[in-house]
Design a protein around this ligand. Structure first.
Ligand SMILES: [Cu+2]
Length: 281
C-alpha cells in the first residue's frame, strides 16, 4: 500500500516537473561520476542536500576511456567536514563512497585534491546544505512556463494534495537559478481557491532561465517542488536603449537638443553682457 502510494507520488512528480527534483527528502543517496570533464561532466556540479540527514555520495571513475590511469582524490571541504576521509577513484578502484551527516546549512566544496588531467574541472563542485524539508501528507506541485508577447515569462503553479485536491491559501516560492549558481527569490505568491498561482517573470536578455517553484510544507503537509527551464530568445524589447543613446540620434531630437543647449548658452551670454555693463557703469 505504502509502496504503491510512493510509486504513484513519484510518477506524478515526474509527470508534473520538467525534470525530477535533485534531491528527494531523506533519501539522500547520490551517484557522482568523476572524470576529467568534472563531476558529472560539469565544472560547476552542485548538489542540494538536507541538513541533519545522512548523505551518501558514491563516486565512480569516469576516465576509463583514457589510455593512462587518471586517479582522483576526492575530498569534501567546509565547516564540520574535517573528519571526513579523502577517497580515491581510479582505473583499479572505480568506486568509492563518502557517508556523512551535514550538520549546518551552508555550502560545502567538493573537489579533487591531487594534480590530474582535467583538475581545473574538479575544483568547483558544491554541496548546498539546506534546511530539512517538511514531511507529512504528500503534496504535488506543478510548474508551467510560457513565454509572453512582451518578452516576459509566465510561470503558472498548481499545488495539490493527494487525490488532486487543490491546496488554497498556501505560500509558494519561485526561484531563479542565476549564472553564478545562487538562487534568487523572484516571488512568493499565495495559491488561489483552485490551488493555482501565476507569476510574471521579467527577462533580462537571451539565454536559458532555470526556474524552481517550491512549497515549503508544514502543518502536516510535505515539501514539494518542481523545476523548469525556458529558453528566452533575443528578448531585444526588454532593454531597448533610449532614442538619444542610439549611435545616430534622429534629426528631430538632435535639433531639439541644439535649440535647448543654444538657449542655455544664449542666456549665459546675455547675463555676462549685463554684468559687464553694470561693472562699467
Ligand atoms: Cu582529479
Amino acid at each position: 500500500m505504502l509502496r504503491r502510494m510512493t510509486l504513484a507520488l513519484i510518477a506524478a512528480m515526474l509527470a508534473a516537473a520538467f525534470r525530477p527534483p535533485a534531491a528527494h527528502a531523506h533519501a539522500q543517496m547520490f551517484s557522482v561520476a568523476v572524470g576529467r570533464h568534472g563531476f558529472e561532466n560539469v565544472p560547476d556540479y552542485t548538489l542540494f542536500v538536507e541538513a541533519g540527514h545522512e548523505v551518501t555520495l558514491t563516486f565512480t571513475y569516469a576516465d576509463m576511456d583514457l589510455d593512462d590511469d587518471n586517479p582522483h582524490d576526492i575530498r569534501i571541504k567546509g565547516p564540520g567536514t574535517e573528519d571526513l576521509p579523502t577517497v580515491r577513484v581510479s582505473r583499479d578502484q572505480p568506486t568509492a563512497t563518502i557517508t556523512f551527516v551535514p550538520k549546518k546549512t551552508g555550502t560545502l566544496r567538493l573537489l579533487c585534491i591531487i594534480p590530474c588531467l582535467g583538475m581545473e574541472n574538479l575544483v568547483g563542485g558544491m554541496l548546498k546544505v539546506q534546511r530539512p524539508r517538511a514531511t507529512g501528507a504528500p503534496t504535488v506541485l506543478s510548474l508551467d512556463l510560457t513565454p509572453r508577447d512582451d518578452g516576459s515569462v509566465l510561470a503558472r503553479i498548481a499545488l495539490q494534495a493527494e487525490g488532486e485536491e487543490p491546496l488554497a491559501d498556501m505560500p509558494v516560492t519561485v526561484l531563479l537559478r542565476t549564472s553564478l549558481g545562487g538562487d534568487l527569490v523572484l516571488a512568493n505568491p499565495t495559491t488561489m481557491e483552485d490551488g493555482s498561482a501565476a507569476v510574471k517573470i521579467p527577462t533580462s536578455g537571451a539565454g536559458t532561465m532555470r526556474i524552481t517553484a517550491y512549497f515549503e510544507g508544514g502543518n502536516g503537509l510535505a515539501y514539494a517542488e518542481a523545476r523548469g527551464e525556458i529558453s528566452v530568445p533575443g528578448a531585444a524589447v526588454v532593454h531597448q536603449p533610449g532614442a538619444l543613446a542610439s549611435p545616430s540620434a534622429p534629426p528631430a531630437l538632435a535639433l531639439a537638443l541644439l535649440v535647448v543647449l543654444g538657449g542655455v548658452w544664449a542666456t549665459y551670454a546675455y547675463v555676462a553682457y549685463q554684468l559687464a555693463r553694470i561693472r562699467r557703469g
